[in-house]
Design a protein around this ligand. Structure first.
Ligand code: TXA
Ligand code: MG
Length: 324
């Protein structure tokens, strides 16, 4: 059930979390599917609802510093610098886990991914629940992330005890994930731009590419994918007959000849483009198109996160029976 985040509904949601249930809630990045991070049974329900493989560890959301201390063993100096600059906000830190965090949350890893969301509804929910909240994005495993309550309802409605509606999320792409080793390592491009991170901690290492054995599923070559096959291509590279049966996800301008076009940001603003990315893909994916083509986006700032998501989304084969 989708409800507005009134004080009564927040209290109800907090109670569901405390009692081991599932609540979907808005954050500033995407909607999360939350459960009490300290309750292994409750966390198991997340995996069941998402049909998520259990080797995929979850992000633990905290509302304050004290809660952070409960779930991690230590906070290295570099992490402190990042926390001072980016929390609350869309940055996830991978830190040594405390014994309180059940193995199911971290998939057996000795580390835990933690973030303090900035969204007031997320903050209130965690604070009122009084426990850290484990939450992946509220979508079936491998599919597009939700940026609106109705996306969650459509994808997982039956499987969630309550959905708090906070309208469209601000950033529209997930948090940036940083592992704190000797040097910070970026594991996933996200809503905090690489350039912004480097201003605080200097050069960072990157481990975002698909590898033989991905550390985390966000690094799987196939992820964030709509049902419709999607390809990154400039409009002029798509022959007109194909355009007629396809949708186009344009960056700034509407190209000619496509069945339907969504423009991410008419002014070319990467923040705005990221905020509209998953929403536009959800809309295009519901139209039964032969294919979705997406315009390449400049790979600076949030453009990196956008292109990362589009590349991982574009692994499904194009329909081979149709002329190309
Ligand atoms: O913006 C976000 O981060 C959203 C909102 C709801 O907070 N959450 C989100 O969660 O995107 P999810 O589960 O879709 O992606 C979490 C990523 C996964 O790729 C997971 O494997 C990685 O975080 N992760 C979790 N724990 C980790 C750990 N200990 N070490 C490395 N990666 C980890
Ligand atoms: Mg996800």
């Amino acid at each position: 059930m989708v409800v507005p985040p009134t004080p009564e509904n927040l209290e109800r949601a907090a109670q569901i979390i405390r009692n081991g249930g599932l609540v979907a809630f808005p954050t500033e990045t995407v909607y999360g599917l939350g459960a009490n991070a300290l309750d292994a049974m409750a966390v198991a329900k997340i995996f069941e609802a998402k049909e998520r493989p259990s080797f995929d560890p979850l992000i633990v959301h905290v509302s304050d510093r004290e809660m952070l201390q409960r779930v991690v063993r230590e906070v290295p100096a570099l992490a402190e610098q990042l926390i001072a600059r980016f929390w609350p906000g869309p940055l996830t830190l991978v830190l040594p886990k405390s014994e309180l965090v059940p193995e199911i949350v971290t998939a057996g890893l000795p580390t835990v991914a933690v973030r303090m969301p900035a969204h007031p509804v997320a903050q209130a929910l965690i604070r009122q629940a009084g426990v850290p909240v484990a939450a992946p994005s509220a979508n079936p495993f491998g599919y597009l992330s939700p940026t609106r309550a109705e996306h969650v309802e459509r994808m997982l409605g039956e499987r969630v005890d309550l959905i708090l509606d906070g309208g469209r999320t601000e950033f529209g792409v997930e948090s940036t994930i940083v592992l704190l080793a000797e040097k910070p390592v970026v594991l996933r491009y996200g809503a905090v731009a690489l350039e912004a991170l480097e201003q605080v901690v200097g050069e960072v290492a990157l481990q975002v590419e698909e590898r033989e054995k991905p550390l985390v599923p966000g690094q799987l070559p196939q992820h964030y994918a709509p049902h419709t096959p999607i390809r990154i291509a400039a409009p002029e590279d798509i022959p007109p007959p194909q355009r007629k049966r396809a949708g186009y996800l344009a960056f700034r301008e509407v190209p000619k000849g496509f069945k339907v076009v969504k423009v991410l940001s008419p002014t070319g603003n990467l923040l705005e483009a990221a905020a509209h990315l998953f929403e536009a893909l959800h809309q295009l994916d519901r139209l039964g198109l032969e294919a979705i083509y997406a315009e390449p986006i400049p790979e600076v700032g949030l453009g990196r996160a956008i292109m990362d998501r589009l590349r991982r989304a574009s692994t499904k084969p194009l329909n081979p029976t149709l002329p190309t």
